[in-house]
Design a protein around this ligand. Structure first.
Ligand SMILES: *Cc1c(COP(=O)(O)O)cnc(C)c1O
Length: 372
């Protein structure tokens, strides 16, 4: 049996007529950049997340970048964030000339640890920037109260957590700004690059709207240094057509996660992801820690059985060459580094079958039993 890590074609084929109907007007009317399809998606996505505003952008990295600019971050400001994430979270901090201040993660959720965040706050801190890693909600309720107490902004990197909830509210709506990516492999994916910010603050939304379109305030009046970070019409149309399916797709991911957990529980040599309140996790990835054998050997043995896996992510961001200038060394983030040295992402997408999950779980038990 073949078990791909991710197969976008099944999902696209299942809604092809809806997608084609959504795309025709874009092509017929040649509304390729922004336009009515992007506006309609922004309206729907804001309603879905539960914020007043949504601004469509060209990708999730830009969304974080534009959000930090609109939050007024200045060169030299400090932003507290996680070492365990996709690099974009830190890129955005660097783009605005701020300094990323990394604190270690919670060993259960792999997300920012609020207690460590609190002790990292200085007079230069401006923003707390958590990531809802693998689709699991970070403790943003607590982080929001820490931010409010210290007069800081909370920016949620929700690129992996479309539809997750905490305290009954959608992830992205608890911080001052939420940032999303619609990279094709995300839980809600475009037909190319895409991103957005959501917020209840109309000033932040209108600032990002201006920034994304060359900082124009009226045609040919550029009021500050601007960007071209606009969402394309095609992406707005595809995302609007896909959004009504998101909760259903996330429900399927939860079923697969429950099946993995049930089939792999009590298996020696492996640590399973923590299973919090169901609504708090949308299982962008199902990530295990391989304790008893070499990670690459484990992955190779699974690949030999037709099962594709991934590693998200192998190196703590502060230990990347790009961030060498901060002077961190191995051992500075022991929890994140341990998780990152052992983590393996199992196949996960809505259209996986029960047979594929069962086959993968059985293969994992066999590979671990055989050992190195
Ligand atoms: C995907 C991702 C991003 C960046 O999104 P792009 O659309 O690829 O630019 C940012 N943060 C996290 C945590 C991500 O997973």
């Amino acid at each position: 049996m073949q078990v791909p890590f991710l197969d976008l074609r099944v999902q696209n084929n299942s809604i092809m007529p809806e997608i084609q109907a959504a795309l025709s007007p874009i092509i017929e009317n040649a509304q390729f950049i922004l336009g009515p399809a992007v506006e309609a998606f922004e309206k729907d996505f804001a309603a879905y997340i539960g914020t007043r505003e949504c601004v469509g952008l060209n990708n999730g990295t830009s969304a974080l970048h534009m959000a930090l600019l609109a939050l007024g971050v200045q060169p030299g400001d400090e932003i507290i964030t996680t070492p365990h994430t996709w690099i974009s979270t830190s890129w955005a901090i660097s783009y605005v000339g701020a300094k990323p201040v990394y604190v270690d993660i919670d060993p259960q959720t792999y997300n920012l640890d609020p207690a460590r965040v609190k002790s990292a706050i200085t007079s230069k801190t401006k923003v707390i920037l958590p990531v809802h890693l693998y689709g699991q909600a970070a403790d943003v309720v607590q982080l929001r109260s820490i931010a409010d107490e210290h007069g800081l902004a909370l920016l949620e990197d929700a690129a992996q957590a479309h539809g997750a909830k905490q305290a009954g509210r959608r992830i992205g709506s608890i911080g001052h700004v939420g940032s999303f990516s619609f990279y094709p492999g995300k839980n809600l994916g475009a037909f190319g690059e895409g991103g957005a910010i959501v917020t209840d603050d109309p000033k932040i939304a209108s600032h990002v709207r201006r920034l994304r379109d060359h900082a124009q305030d009226g045609r040919h009046n550029h009021v500050e240094i601007g960007f071209n970070t606009r969402m394309e019409g095609v992406q707005g149309a595809v995302l609007k057509a896909k959004l009504p399916h998101l909760d259903g797709w996330n429900a399927r991911r939860r079923e697969h996660a429950a099946q993995y957990t049930e089939s792999l529980k009590n298996t020696p040599g492996i640590i399973l992801p923590s299973c919090p309140a169901a609504e708090g996790h949308v299982w962008h990835l199902y990530v295990v820690q391989v304790e008893s054998m070499d990670r690459e050997l484990f992955r190779t043995k699974l690949a030999e059985r037709g099962i594709a896996t991934g590693v998200h992510y192998p190196t703590a961001v502060p230990l990347q060459p790009a961030y060498q200038y901060l002077g961190h060394k191995p051992g500075d983030f022991p929890i994140a580094e341990r998780v990152m040295s052992r983590c393996v992402s199992l196949p996960m997408f809505a259209e996986l079958t029960r047979e594929q999950v069962a086959y993968t779980a059985t293969a994992i038990r066999e590979v671990l039993a055989a050992g190195n």
